[in-house]
Design a binder for this molecule. Sequence first.
Ligand code: HEM
Ligand code: HEM
Length: 148
Amino acid sequence: MDWFVRYFIKSALVYLGLGVGMGVWLGFAPEAVIYRPAHAHLNLLGFTSMLIFGVAYHVIPRFTGHPLHSRRMAEVHWWASNAGLVALVFGFLLLPWRPGARLVVEAGAVLAAIGALLFIYNLWRTLDGSGPKPRPEAGGGRRLPMSS
Ligand code: HEM
Ligand code: HEM
């Protein structure tokens, strides 16, 4: 399993823990509803999307029989998505108190969007089979073992 697959799934689990923890807080403290965007994005962009990114990077090459178009792009995606989400959530938490935190939201938004665009491009090209060609001496047709 590639490190970015494992890390996307692990980061999704961390954000799920934080997201539902925050949800319980919102449930008990109605005044904390000012932080609803932080809760929503921890769960939707943090848990749901990151889990989809990780699982998709693992299964799409195996479903299609085409190697991932670019592993490097997926690595940059992990950093962009995680830095972006953390900034976005911090920005959402600070915004009710510091209007200047809009800059943090904007930085997080741009990074998270760059990550998503890399994902779209990389999987699109993978579906089209435009990834690296396997070297014949490096295992012939058995290049995507299901167990790894
Ligand atoms: C233990 C789990 C959870 C609890 C206790 C919880 C609780 C809450 C509460 C209290 C609110 C604010 C409702 C209001 O506007 O007054 C809220 C909003 C929201 N939650 Fe959760 N939540 C949980 C898990 C999740 C998960 C897993 C997701 C997504 C995968 C999610 C997505 C959202 C979204 C999108 C909103 C904003 C909805 C809107 O725009 O009105 N929540 N949640
Ligand atoms: C680059 C990625 C994303 C950015 C930059 C972004 C940004 C934003 C912003 C700025 C808001 C308004 C927050 C406010 O009320 O002040 C918002 C709301 C919302 N977004 Fe996103 N978003 C992103 C991705 C997503 C995704 C992938 C989902 C769902 C899977 C989602 C679901 C929502 C929902 C449900 C709300 C309403 C939350 C609430 O009721 O407070 N967003 N988003």
